[in-house]
Design a protein around this ligand. Structure first.
Ligand code: MLT
Length: 410
């Protein structure tokens, strides 16, 4: 019989969001009259912006004519999209990048997982706790960890607790690590990091020959002008950081699928025999071998985000969700909750009332308010006693959910 990759058996539970989906479906089947409002997974609800939709339609039409038909594109993305990304997302921050440093993909979740292919297994990784579960689970799957302990910490991983005491910003590891995951604005806590904070991490990475995986999927939701949108706003970061970005939340592409990775040519690693080698070259090799590029219409739609119209319409979408975040945040505060996030991020992180466990609070909200959120403990042991609400619902649902929660908790 063929052998399985038994690293998968080390995983303690199913992936968080399908597990929540399963519980919600069971509740909805048993209570068909309940009007369940879903503010769990960060899935967008607004339609694509008109300029983006038009570009998408036009690109599909291109496929209907011999003269404009597109077959395989460049595996790492079309230059017209990459150049728009560089100009509109990076140059305006004072960051210059080469086209060869950007890789367009079918989404950031895959990128965060796939990047592990080009790093040796004996690298030590540091991961926040709580954290987007993909970072942790993909390291388990690839075989970088041992078994989990009773709390859910996997042997071999350096966990960086993020709690109220440190403002949910991890402290620098006290031991030497090789790979550091950072996500700002943070999923799940919604906190952001200042330039000074990120500088500490860049300095650590340079001093320790480490690489930072910087997940900037939520950068579009930053409202405070002093907060960096990209790790490359920090001097030296091009030597030590790989950045992930996504069109999912920014432009409503959760179903369309498009993301990108920035792998600067200066980010170097070492071979087993001690020579330095560029991660950019390895990522290009991996991408051209394992991927045939995001689809042509999707890339055309993504490029339309950077048109004047598309940019303005995308901003309106972001503002819509951020107003939802404000409504949730203010409503929960009125209900007496301690809340974090929701100012520069579309997630609100609240302390469960009365010290309830995260899953007990999940059950309470589901059964008593018919509102779905995400238990903080699902993001890691330090998330216990916290709960995440997403601002990506419709305005109507967000207002209704907040009213129900307020009534229930008062
Ligand atoms: C989340 O809810 O944390 C995200 O939607 C998950 C994702 O982006 O994959």
């Amino acid at each position: 019989m063929a052998k399985i990759n038994d690293n998968y058996l080390k995983l303690k539970a199913g992936y968080l969001f399908p597990e929540i989906g399963r519980r919600v479906r069971a509740f909805a089947e048993a209570n068909p009259q309940a009007n369940v409002i879903r503010l769990g997974i960060g899935d967008v609800t607004r339609p694509l912006a008109p300029a983006i939709l038009k570009a998408f339609h036009d690109a599909v039409d291109d496929l209907s004519r011999v003269e404009t038909f597109a077959g395989y594109g460049p595996e790492q993305g079309y230059d017209w999209l990459i150049n728009a990304i560089i100009e509109k997302s990076y140059n305006k921050l004072g960051v210059s990048l080469k086209t060869s440093e950007i890789f367009v993909s079918d989404g950031s979740k895959c990128d965060c997982a796939n990047i592990l292919d080009i790093f040796a297994l004996d690298n030590v990784v540091a991961i926040g706790d709580p954290v987007y579960p993909v970072y942790n689970d993909t390291n388990v799957m690839i075989g970088r960890t041992g078994e989990a302990d009773d709390k859910g910490y996997y042997k071999g991983v350096v966990y960086m607790p993020c709690n109220e005491d440190n403002g949910f910003i991890p402290s620098l590891p006290t031991e030497k690590v090789d790979i550091i995951y950072l996500c700002f604005p943070n999923n799940p806590t919604g906190v952001v990091a200042s330039k000074a904070e990120l500088k500490k991490w860049v300095d650590y990475a340079i001093a320790n020959d480490a690489v930072i995986f910087f997940d900037a999927a939520y950068e579009a939701f930053i409202t405070d002008p002093s907060i960096p949108h990209s790790i490359y706003e920090i001097e030296g970061a091009k030597k030590c950081a790989i950045e992930f970005r996504s069109f999912s939340k920014t432009a409503g592409f959760t179903g369309v699928r498009c993301g990108l990775v920035v792998v600067p040519e200066e980010v170097m690693g070492t071979t087993t025999s001690g020579e330095t080698y560029s991660f950019n070259k390895l990522w290009l090799r991996r991408t051209t071998t394992k991927f045939n590029g995001a689809s042509y219409p999707v890339q055309r739609a993504a490029a339309a985000v950077y048109s004047d119209e598309g940019w303005a319409q995308t901003k309106e979408l972001v503002d819509y969700y951020m107003e939802n975040a404000r409504i949730i945040r203010e409503g929960l505060k009125e209900a007496g909750c301690t809340v974090y996030g929701g100012v520069n991020a579309p997630y609100i992180w609240l302390k469960t009332p009365g010290g309830m466990s995260s899953w007990d609070f999940f059950d309470k909200l589901l059964t008593e308010c018919n509102v779905v959120g995400t238990p903080g403990s699902g993001f890691g042991p330090s998330g216990e006693g916290f709960f995440r609400l997403s601002a990506f619902g419709s305005r109507e649902n967000v207002i209704e959910a907040v009213e129900r929660i307020k009534k229930n908790l008062k």
